[in-house]
Write a protein that binds this ligand. Structure first.
Ligand SMILES: *[C@@H]1O[C@H](CO)[C@@H](O)[C@H](O)[C@H]1NC(C)=O
Ligand SMILES: *[C@@H]1O[C@H](CO)[C@@H](O)[C@H](O)[C@H]1NC(C)=O
Ligand SMILES: *[C@@H]1O[C@H](CO)[C@@H](O)[C@H](O)[C@H]1NC(C)=O
Ligand SMILES: *[C@@H]1O[C@H](CO)[C@@H](O)[C@H](O)[C@H]1NC(C)=O
Length: 968
């Protein structure tokens, strides 16, 4: 395709040239650029201004023309996002001086003709996708080229020997390619060259002789190759050299003395090679040096004191060599120094005071043999940001003057012999991000002030003798991602506050004396990669959740009280054996610790509720054994709060392991109501199961006072929120009081078992009345209308309290003895830790047919209008006596579709429940059917809100009914 169009253009242009020779050359430019464009992909349409109909290309994007010639002299398409090959069209641009195509996606190999453009001075093809070798002859015909960059491509092969032919070349950059072979000696023929960058290739062999001819060379980088041998003896003859970088090669030998002549050189990096010998004293003559990087070599002997002559020196890196002796005090004279790195040498002596003098930003002395005390300056003008004194033999207290290093962001004093406690003054270092004092002999507590270091990312206190608890204030270090407190003597519990640190990735608390349970909230940490709590005295259940479910067993090992599948010890709550409490046990010292009788300031009512609850494993229930569990409860009624809180100690659980110290908590909202204490035994067992739903099973239980309650045992305990959140939510629901809502009377909480205690409603569910009752005792229309109105009023009330029901269905609507509707199960979705529709739809899938369509749409917001939808379905269900979804032979029929069709065909009456035998007023059923359909509108905003629904229903009700209602 492209070659054809190219040929056509070529033919066309030839004809054109014959016809109008006067403006032929200008049209060469247009056609050359159009041909070039035709071979490209231009996804960002950056070349849209390039039109072959234009008379001149000089206003095209990226194109510039010479003012006199009006010919294209510059093409700069840097970062235009172009793909494709470097077409031959460019060769038509005979006046082109600058071609810059950097940072695109040009591919293919270079053409040998490229430099044939006689006027070309600057060629920049860097940061593309060019491949293949540099063709023979590429450099052979370079006219007046000064500047070539082919950096950051994938060019292979050798550097051609004809490179030396470009005698005008002043800058050559072939860095970051895959060039191999040795450096051709002809390269030193480029005597106009000022800058040579061959870094990051795979060049090997020795640096060829002849560099002294490069009298114009300012900067050379050969970094990141495989060069061997010595730095040429005559390197220093390139007198103008300003920057030398031969780092990351395999060069060896010592520094050629000629370099002492490089008095204008500011940058020398010989890092990561195999240079050896002593650093000669003449280094002090390279008086312009700003950066001297000799790190990662085999230099030995002492650090030359002549370095003090380098008044411009800013960066001195001598790390990873074999420098011995002491750091010369004379370095204090280098007034420009910002950064010194002497790490990993065998240097001896004390910490020199000059490292804290103003000006320094980074002092890295790790891995030497430095001794004596660490003493920080008494003044606060330090500019030091990074201080690494780790792995030395410093011996002193951890000086509290650390707070004088006001700019510190990184502090590493690990693996020395520091003693005493971690100073509280650390909290004054507001910029601190990393603290590592591992491997010392620090004792005492972790200061609470650590919470003031709010930018802290890493805290490493491993291998000390720290005692006391982990301060909860650590919860304010909101950027913390790495916390290692292992191998200390820390006690107490893991603070819940850790759960607030959402950036945490690595936590190591192993080998301490921590006890108590692991806060469940930790399961919410989204970025956790490792959490090691092995070798402590932790107990209870591991938090649930994706990370903790897959935690490696070694991270939790040696905690005798931990339970769960990871440690292969089942937790008490899922023990298949029954939990038996003795109601008559009045063991003198069991619960009395908690509620000491000596404390008479509280008015205490001891309520001994003996509800016999079989809350054992499902297996027990399944085989129908009635297992007896007695909750022996002591109640403390507080004067300020009407709620009575009962604490249930597991010490009463005669079969529970002694290590389990979880204590349950029963809260009855009715408070210290004495009637509640009148006892009768109640049995929670399979025979008393009232039903099962998405959130758990419901059992009927009779309290001692003879009153019945319905107890819902939540089965989603692994999903239930923390105790605080659970209680907050449940207490909110406990305040909800409405004649058409099933009242929540209390709850019982342990980490593994949650019960909700509801008012018992005697008349059965609406579902049963609609779908399981015989025709003879079917609900009358009047009863049905009352039920609809009752549901509507309860929802309108809930929505006013900003509670969404989420789980409307006929089995959740109960009828009391008088036939009044009572809506149950409201608001329970809020107990799930994440109100996400996946959880909702999987937990409440039994509500199929009631679920508003927006649940299926991930982006739609779930509002009260989803309840309106469920209500609409209920209305139609009550009206028709049909289930919301019916499965026909090979079809699924949605109730609302069926009614909608019937309404459109004008035969709604046919839909009304036939068990009513036609005994209903059409003036009520028709608008109620319409209301049901409006409520099931697929668009949430088209549904009315529940207040409107109640008003409409009250208007639909015929006047005589109103009178009847008022009479009764
Ligand atoms: C770069 O070009 C190649 C083909 O030459 C193409 O496959 C690739 O998608 C392009 N990349 C970008 C980022 O345009
Ligand atoms: C460079 O100098 C070293 C010692 O100064 C000498 O051993 C070596 O032979 C010299 N190399 C060349 C190529 O002259
Ligand atoms: C430093 O090492 C050299 C050997 O490289 C040795 O001759 C010298 O005595 C050492 N100096 C000190 C102070 O240890
Ligand atoms: C912890 O304390 C015990 C006794 O108090 C001591 O024997 C042990 O060495 C301490 N462990 C550490 C790591 O300091």
């Amino acid at each position: 395709m492209k070659s054809v169009s190219l040929g056509v253009i070529f033919l066309f242009s030839s004809l054109f040239l014959l016809g109008e020779s006067g403006s032929s050359s200008l049209n060469d430019d247009i056609l050359g650029l159009i041909v070039f464009k035709s071979g490209l992909e231009d996804p960002q349409s950056k070349l849209s201004s390039w039109s072959e109909d234009d008379e001149s290309p000089c206003n095209w994007d990226g194109v510039r023309c010479g003012p006199k010639s009006n010919r294209v002299t510059e093409l700069n398409l840097d970062g235009f996002g172009l793909s494709g090959r470097l077409g031959r069209g460019l060769l038509w641009l005979q006046f082109l001086q600058t071609l810059s195509l950097s940072d695109n996606n040009f591919s293919g190999s270079l053409s040998a003709d490229f430099l044939r453009l006689e006027s070309l001075q600057s060629l920049d093809l860097s940061a593309n996708n060019l491949s293949g070798a540099i063709p023979d002859g590429f450099f052979g015909q370079c006219g007046s080229i000064r500047d070539i960059s082919l950096a950051k491509n994938s060019i292979l092969g050798k550097i051609p020997a004809d490179v030396g032919a470009c005698s005008t070349l002043s800058a050559l950059n072939l860095s970051a390619n895959q060039l191999s072979g040795s450096l051709p000696s002809q390269i030193w023929s480029l005597n106009a060259l000022r800058s040579l960058d061959l870094s990051y290739n795979s060049l090997d062999g020795e640096i060829p002789a002849g560099i002294s001819k490069m009298l114009n060379l300012r900067a050379i980088s050969l970094r990141g190759n495989k060069l061997i041998g010595r730095l040429p003896n005559d390197t220093g003859d390139c007198l103008l050299l300003n920057s030398i970088d031969v780092g990351e090669n395999q060069l060896s030998g010592d520094l050629p003395e000629s370099m002492s002549k490089l008095s204008t050189c500011s940058y020398v990096s010989l890092s990561s090679n195999s240079f050896s010998g002593e650093v000669p004293a003449w280094i002090g003559q390279m008086s312009s040096l700003e950066t001297l990087d000799l790190s990662g070599n085999q230099f030995s002997g002492s650090v030359p004191s002549s370095l003090s002559n380098l008044q411009h020196l800013k960066v001195l890196r001598l790390s990873e060599n074999s420098f011995n002796g002491t750091m010369p005090d004379s370095l204090a004279a280098c007034r420009s120094l910002l950064e010194v790195d002497f790490s990993r040498n065998p240097l001896t002596g004390n910490l020199p005071a000059w490292v804290f003098e103003s000006g320094f930003e980074q002092v890295l002395l790790s891995g030497n043999k430095l001794t004596g005390p660490i003493e920080f300056p008494p003044v606060t003008d330090s500019t030091l940001q990074n201080l690494d004194l780790s792995n030395n033999d410093f011996f002193s207290k951890f000086p509290k003057e650390v707070s004088n290093l006001r700019s510190l962001t990184f502090l590493n004093l690990s693996y020395n012999s520091l003693y005493g406690s971690i100073p509280a003054s650390l909290g004054e270092l507001k910029s601190l991000q990393v603290v590592d004092v591992s491997g010392n002999r620090l004792s005492g507590k972790i200061p609470e002030e650590i919470g003031l270091v709010t930018l802290l990312k890493e805290l490493r206190l491993k291998k000390n003798s720290l005692t006391g608890e982990i301060p909860t204030q650590i919860g304010t270090c909101s950027s913390l991602s790495y916390l290692d407190l292992s191998q200390n003597n820390l006690t107490g519990a893991i603070p819940e506050a850790l759960a607030a640190l959402t950036d945490l990735q690595v936590v190591d608390l192993s080998l301490n004396q921590l006890s108590g349970t692991i806060p469940k909230q930790l399961s919410n940490l989204p970025h956790l990669l490792s959490f090691n709590i092995s070798h402590n005295q932790l107990s209870g259940e591991l938090p649930a959740g994706s990370f903790f479910n897959k935690i490696t067993p070694s991270s939790v090992s040696d905690n005798p009280g931990l339970c769960g599948s990871i440690v292969n010890i089942s937790c008490p709550a899922v023990l298949p054996k029954p939990i038996v409490l003795n109601p008559n046990s009045s063991s003198p010292d069991s619960a009395s610790n908690m509620f000491s009788p000596g404390n008479h300031s509280h008015k205490k009512i001891v309520l001994s509720i003996s509800a016999l609850v079989s809350i054992g494993a499902a297996a027990v229930i399944a085989i129908g054994i009635i297992t007896v569990t007695v909750l022996n409860l002591r109640v403390r009624a507080t004067t300020s709060n009407s709620a009575a809180e009962l604490a249930l100690s597991d010490e009463y659980l005669s079969h529970s392991p002694a290590t389990d110290t979880n204590s349950g908590k029963l809260v009855m909202f009715a408070g210290g109501d004495p009637e509640f204490s009148v006892g009768a035994h109640a049995v929670l067992n399979k025979d008393c199961e009232l039903g099962r739903g998405g959130f758990g099973s419901v059992y009927k239980t009779i309290l001692r006072d003879g009153r019945s309650v319905a107890i819902k045992k939540l089965t989603v305990s692994s999903l239930v929120k923390s105790q605080e959140d659970f209680e907050m939510e449940v207490k909110r629901l406990g305040k909800v009081k409405h004649p058409n809502l099933v009242a929540l009377e209390g709850y019982y909480w342990t980490p593994s078992l949650q019960l909700l205690i509801y008012e018992f409603v005697s008349g059965g569910s609406l579902h049963r009345h609609l779908h399981e009752c015989s025709t003879s005792n079917t609900l009358s229309w009047q009863e049905r209308f009352d039920i609809i109105l009752g549901i509507a009023r309860s929802l309108s009330y809930l929505h006013r309290l900003k509670i969404i029901h989420y789980n409307l269905k006929s089995s959740n609507i109960l009828l009391d003895g008088a036939g009044e509707a009572k809506v149950g199960d409201y608001g329970l979705a809020k107990l799930l830790p994440m109100l996400d529709r996946y959880v909702l739809s999987s937990k409440i899938q039994s509500a199929l047919g009631y679920m508003a369509p927006e649940f299926a749409c991930r982006t739609a917001k779930i509002t009260e209008k989803c309840d309106v939808y469920g209500f609409g379905v209920l209305v139609l269900e009550i009206l028709t006596g049909k289930r919301p979804v019916e499965y026909m032979e090979d079809d699924v029929v949605l109730l609302c579709d069926r009614v909608r069709e019937a309404l459109e065909d004008g035969r709604v009456e046919e839909c009304i429940d036939e068990r009513l035998c036609g005994k209903f007023p059409v003036e009520e059923t028709l608008p109620v059917a319409k209301l049901g359909l409006i409520c099931t509108s697929p668009v949430p905003s088209s549904r009315p809100d529940m207040v409107e629904v109640v008003n409409i229903l009250e208007m639909i009700r015929c006047p005589q009914d109103n009178q009847e209602e008022e009479l009764s």
